[in-house]
Design a protein around this ligand. Structure first.
Ligand code: C2E
Ligand code: MG
Ligand code: MG
Ligand code: MG
Length: 283
């Protein structure tokens, strides 16, 4: 009967919720220690200029390297860390790692000094008026020009009428950091968002490119987003590029930068260094 089914699915739901909570508890119990033990690792995914297919930098992506569970994807812990606030520590930690790395490249790896690295910052930072100074202080400590760093903010978390958030973004930009809107087009926030936001870069969400190659409506939407971005003087990044067809289409429509499995997956820092060196040698 319907009633029995409802009861069964209720019990089922309850059990799976319990498992989720145990797992969340487990993660919360060990996240602080994991940070101290340096289990959070910096991965880099190369970004390419469509124009000449040269690597111009990378996005910094966190991985949790748990001694028992192995590599855990950020999708499995960032949402929880956003809820409990721990993401603030992770993002600051990743930012500092990136500064350290840029510093190391400046001293030891001349060929990598032109790279711009982007770092993801969760929305929970956007109510911290001291964020710009805090980031500037860390960058200065490693003698890094803020121009070498891009701050990625997710579109779904940005509201065009949030005055304080816009102030923080303006301040970050005045310091010299680049600012990008990540996952643009994924959530509900409107084109109107772009009117007031002091961003330099638009990262088109990968959902746009996952459609079949002959999706005419999808192609029109991408084309008009690229045209609009150009009119607004925004640099465009296509993330999640997986096929040659996508590359050709995006390049033809004037997209500036590509990031995706077609070119390279996120990799460990040593792998990234070797990857770039090899590319430079073969060029
Ligand atoms: P994101 O910032 O939009 O990062 C791009 C995601 O797309 C990455 O997933 C990347 O591995 C994946 N990706 C890149 N190219 C392709 C492709 O061709 N195909 C497909 N299917 N996927 C591709 P990842 O590394 O699992 O990160 C997921 C999300 O977790 C990120 O999305 C970002 O929102 C968040 N995240 C990652 N690292 C951090 C961090 O340090 N701080 C914060 N606050 N969030 C982070
Ligand atoms: Mg990102
Ligand atoms: Mg994202
Ligand atoms: Mg994204």
């Amino acid at each position: 009967s319907i009633k029995d089914n409802a009861l069964v699915s209720y019990a089922f739901y309850d059990e799976s919720m319990r498992l989720v909570m145990i797992r969340e508890n487990e993660i919360e119990n060990k996240m602080e220690a994991a940070l101290r033990n340096e289990e959070f690792e910096l991965y880099l995914q190369p970004k390419y200029l469509f124009l000449d297919e040269k690597i111009i930098g990378a996005e910094a992506l966190v991985r949790w390297n748990d001694p028992i569970l192995g590599i855990i994807s950020p999708n499995d812990f960032i949402p929880l860390f956003e809820k409990n606030g721990f993401v603030k520590k992770i993002d600051a930690y990743m930012f500092e790692k990136v500064c350290k790395l840029l510093h190391k490249w400046k001293i030891e790896m001349d060929q990598l000094t032109d790279m711009i690295i982007s770092v993801n910052f969760s929305r929970v930072h956007l109510n911290n008026l001291f964020l710009p100074e805090e980031l500037f202080e860390i960058a200065s400590r490693y003698k890094i020009d803020p121009q070498k760093i891009e701050i990625e903010l997710t579109e779904g978390t940005i509201f065009d009428n949030d005055i304080q958030m816009i102030e923080i973004m303006k301040h970050l930009k005045n310091i010299g950091f680049h600012i990008s809107i990540d996952d643009f087009g994924r959530a509900y926030s409107s084109l109107n968002t772009l009117r007031n936001l002091p961003a330099d870069i638009l990262k088109l969400d990968k959902a746009f490119f996952s459609e079949s190659a002959d999706d005419q409506r999808g192609k029109k939407i991408i084309t008009s987003m690229l045209n609009m971005a150009r009119d607004l003087n925004l640099v465009t990044v296509a993330e999640g590029v997986e096929t040659k067809e996508q590359v050709e289409f995006l390049k033809e429509r004037g997209c500036d930068i590509a990031q995706g499995f077609y070119y390279a997956k996120p990799m460990k820092v040593v792998e990234f260094e070797a990857f770039v060196n090899k590319k430079l040698k073969s060029a």
